[in-house]
Design a binder for this molecule. Structure first.
Ligand SMILES: *Cc1c(COP(=O)(O)O)cnc(C)c1O
Length: 372
């Protein structure tokens, strides 16, 4: 046996240079416990309701088989989704949340030095997933209404662009992109560039002009859609989401999965959730009504809230962001603070939304602090 000299320890092990510029993902935090106040976690866009009726029973039953690996191909879930969405099974990719599918997509498409175009501010996982491949993020500022500036995004596509991400509704600001502007945009995107339409909050959209990712996918071979069971379906903790992309892009994306990433529990819970769509509709309608009520209350106070089409609202609090977040914390409410920019507050049960509106009142100004 060869004797290996001990080296200087872990410091001697080289990690990839690309990691130096990658920010750590900051999860939304739970509220700090305070005597006498009921806490509400409004920081992660989770569903305040538990999984849909029947889902836990199926998940628990599936847990009995945990000594076995799951079906890596997610055969039943994919068959079910294919039928429901009217797309070929070959075009579906199930992954560990839609962020898992997005990471697989980046790994499948991007080489070091490539570029990925997306709006900013948007989903904070984007710069991480792009950076992990060694590709470069090209961030295009949102417009003054906190919407995607699709003409500017089209103009930002260059020879190294491999992917464009379109987040609709946009996390954390709330507005959707419209069908007409997406068609104009897609007409300007070269065929070799993949456009990923991230529809994590699609169930909450009520804007009739909103773009529909699946329509764009049907009309364009270079469009992919991302969906998730984490938000409307209330399964954030089980990690299951999916993508719809034309073959052979879908086949390439499947190759980059962590083997057996989606557990049998998650697959069964997703199937059971699809069986409970009636209840899903009622819950989503409740949250959408609460969203309208909260937006009205905040607008009444003088806040300028960008069009909220997800299960969250955005307040452009600028330099006051951290102090307002701290004050909300005193009231038992945790929200997602982007220092210097704004606060993203998830829609919760009526009591929580009322508490939020009340706690925000002292900070409202008639000018609303602008949108951005
Ligand atoms: C929450 C979210 C996702 C996906 O979350 P998963 O739990 O990984 O499915 C994707 N995109 C956006 C914009 C989100 O906000």
């Amino acid at each position: 046996m060869t004797q290996v000299e001990p080296t200087s320890g872990a410091a001697g092990v080289a990690t990839r240079a690309a990691l130096k510029s990658i920010p750590a993902y900051k999860p939304g935090l739970p509220p700090a416990p305070r005597p006498g106040v009921s806490p509400h976690k409004m920081s992660s866009n989770e569903n305040p309701f538990p999984p849909l009726p029947g889902v836990l029973e199926r998940a628990v039953a599936a847990a009995g088989g945990a000594n076995r690996y799951p079906d890596m191909a997610c055969t039943r879930l994919i068959a079910r989704l294919a039928e429901r969405l009217d797309v070929p099974t070959d075009d579906l990719i199930v992954g560990t949340g839609s962020s898992g599918v997005l990471q697989q997509t980046m790994l499948a498409l991007c080489e070091p030095g490539d570029e990925v175009v997306y709006a900013w501010r948007s989903f904070e996982a984007y710069p991480i997933m792009v950076g992990l491949t060694g590709a470069r993020s090209v961030q295009v500022p949102l417009d003054e209404r906190a919407r995607h500036d699709l003409p500017a995004m089209a103009a930002s596509i260059g020879p190294r662009t491999r992917v464009v991400l379109v987040c609709t509704p946009n996390n954390p600001t709330g507005p959707v992109v419209h069908a007409r502007e997406v068609e104009e945009f897609l007409a300007r995107v070269p065929r070799h560039v993949l456009v990923v339409v991230d529809e994590a909050y699609v169930e909450f959209v009520r804007d009739g002009d909103a773009a529909r990712g699946l329509d764009a996918y049907r009309a364009h071979p270079n469009v992919m859609v991302l969906r998730t069971f984490s938000k409307a379906y209330g399964l954030a903790g089980l990690r299951v989401g999916y993508g719809v992309a034309h073959a052979p892009i879908s086949a390439a994306i499947r190759k980059t999965a962590v083997p057996f990433g989606v557990s049998t529990i998650a697959q069964e819970a997703a199937l059971a959730s699809l069986d409970a769509e009636g209840e899903l509709g009622a819950r989503v309608a409740d949250l959408v009504a609460e969203r309208a009520r909260l937006v009205d209350a905040l607008s009444e106070q003088g806040w300028a809230v960008p069009d909220a089409q997800g299960n969250f609202v955005w307040l452009a609090t600028g330099e006051r962001t951290e102090s307002i977040a701290a004050s909300l914390g005193e009231a038992g409410l945790s929200v997602r603070a982007f220092p210097g920019e704004g606060l993203r507050c998830s829609i919760d049960v009526p009591e929580a939304n009322d508490a939020l509106a009340q706690a925000l009142r002292p900070f409202a100004t008639r000018s609303g602090g602008g949108h951005h």
